[in-house]
Design a protein around this ligand. Structure first.
Ligand code: PHE
Ligand code: NA
Length: 442
């Protein structure tokens, strides 16, 4: 078998991982979940989930990936625990299911980019969404989005993924800052900011059972945790990178993009909707509410175009990582050409995604399965594995390449992290899983 690929630079890895993290989750779901879950109340719980649970979990995935230098499935075997490979397989399955519906939504985005230029959705926003989100047209755009994703992954880690994300991430940040600045000039900006940023403790307490699982699922999804993606990405990493340093950058940048998306979206919602606090937070809201708003605002066509281009970049830099998770498994295991594997996996995923073009119920089914079940279970298993099963010397990974040189896996911060991953993460995640499953199936 040929030599395994690696990122060309540390920045290349960071861009790719930020690209995976920053996605539809930040721009499409985050602002709307926040809007429908009490605004700032949701934001507070979400930020706690990201920093207290997501960040240490990302480190756990990075340790597994770099230590094993393998995809998420083979990683457990390489570390000497072949009976844990099912954990990686569960994550890769989650990536596969996610890509299947993600690509359908990516297809809508392609359609809205064109629709912004022609003004097609400005008259009848709801009708336009209904027409393009289901049926044969949706299958075509789903195929187009998947084809672009396959194209990038086929080029490989450095030439495909690294190059594409190095361009897309800065573009996303610059354009979102522009959109947020424009949002500040709208009449509803003040009301939007205050709903977004001033938390009401009563709202948190009285909606605890629904806010916590949504915030936690959103945190895992947005950081690409539980999918085996971060394991695979870290496996292409050089040994002198600082894992805690890299994860901190990735978590912060991902949060910045989500917050910026909120700064762009809330003024728009509060300027154009009767009661933005009752937006359903459902799958179509980002499209119908925003598209409707662009139609009412000056220069709406240009803004709509910019917004949906941002969304496309975000979606693509994530979809390539979703395709990379299963692709890297096949590349590591069998001796076929990468591009053939990328095409094969992509086509199968495309087929699995087709039911999501039959209507929003299917898409929501895939989405809920991932958010409420697959991700929490996968994250729980990863925390238990790293905390209780993996050999202690694996934790040397955390101390490599730190600013003060390599530090041993027994350093105080590593020990704190380890106990956090052992005890706090599994308990919180189990509790979330319980809340999520009861809210889904009762
Ligand atoms: N993090 C991405 C988002 O927020 C979703 C994703 C999950 C992408 C897992 C890749 C892997 O949209
Ligand atoms: Na994200």
């Amino acid at each position: 078998m040929s030599t395994r690929e690696t990122w060309t630079t540390r920045a290349g890895f960071i861009f790719a991982a930020v690209g995976s993290a920053v996605g539809l989750g930040n721009i499409w779901s985050f602002p709307f979940q926040t809007a429908s879950n009490g605004g700032a109340a949701f934001l507070v719980v979400y930020l706690l989930a990201v920093f207290l649970i997501g960040f240490p979990t990302m480190l756990a995935e990075f340790v597994i990936g770099r230590r094993s230098e393998q995809n998420a499935i083979s990683a457990f075997e390489r570390l000497g625990f072949s009976n844990w490979t099912f954990t990686g397989a569960l994550g890769v399955f989650a990536a596969f299911v996610t890509l299947a519906f993600y690509s359908v939504v990516g297809g809508w985005v392609l359609r809205y980019i064109v629709g912004s230029l022609t003004g097609a959705y400005f008259g009848d926003t709801a009708g336009y969404f209904a027409a393009i989100s289901a049926g044969p047209g949706a299958i075509v755009t789903h195929a187009a989005f998947m084809a672009i994703t396959i194209g990038i992954v086929a080029f490989g880690v450095a030439d495909g993924i690294e190059r594409a994300t190095k361009f897309m991430i800065p573009a996303i940040i610059v354009l979102l800052i522009g959109l947020a600045g424009w949002g500040a000039t709208l009449s509803g900006a003040g009301a939007g900011y205050s709903y977004y940023l001033s938390p009401d403790v009563d709202v948190i307490l009285s909606n605890f059972g629904s806010i916590v699982p949504s915030a936690m699922g959103q945190a895992f999804f947005t950081l690409s945790l539980g999918f085996g993606v971060m394991i695979a990405y870290a496996s292409y990493l050089g040994s002198d990178d600082s894992l805690p340093g890299d994860s901190a950058i990735i978590v912060v940048l991902n949060t910045v993009v989500a917050l910026l998306a909120g700064f762009a979206v809330f003024p728009v919602l509060f300027s154009t909707l009767e009661d933005p606090t009752t937006t359903s937070g459902g799958m179509g809201t980002a499209f119908t509410a925003l598209a409707g708003a662009f139609g009412q605002l000056p220069a709406g066509q240009v803004l709509g175009f910019v917004f949906f281009v941002v969304l496309l970049f975000a979606a693509l830099s994530s979809s390539i990582s979703l395709l990379e998770a299963p692709t890297s498994y096949v590349v590591d295991t069998y001796d076929y050409d990468r591009w053939k594997i990328a095409v094969g996996v992509g086509v199968v995923t495309f087929v699995v995604g087709v039911p999501s073009t039959f209507g929003i119920t299917w898409l929501a089914f895939y989405n809920d399965l991932v958010f409420n079940v697959l991700l929490p279970v996968a994250v729980f298993l990863i925390a238990v594995f790293v905390g209780w099963v993996a050999d202690a010397e694996a934790f040397d990974e955390l101390g490599r390449g730190s600013v003060v040189g390599d530090v041993p896996g027994t350093a105080p911060l590593t020990t704190i992290w380890l106990w956090w991953v052992r005890v706090v993460v599994p308990i919180v995640v189990l509790y979330t899983l319980y809340l999520g499953v009861t809210s889904l199936y009762t």
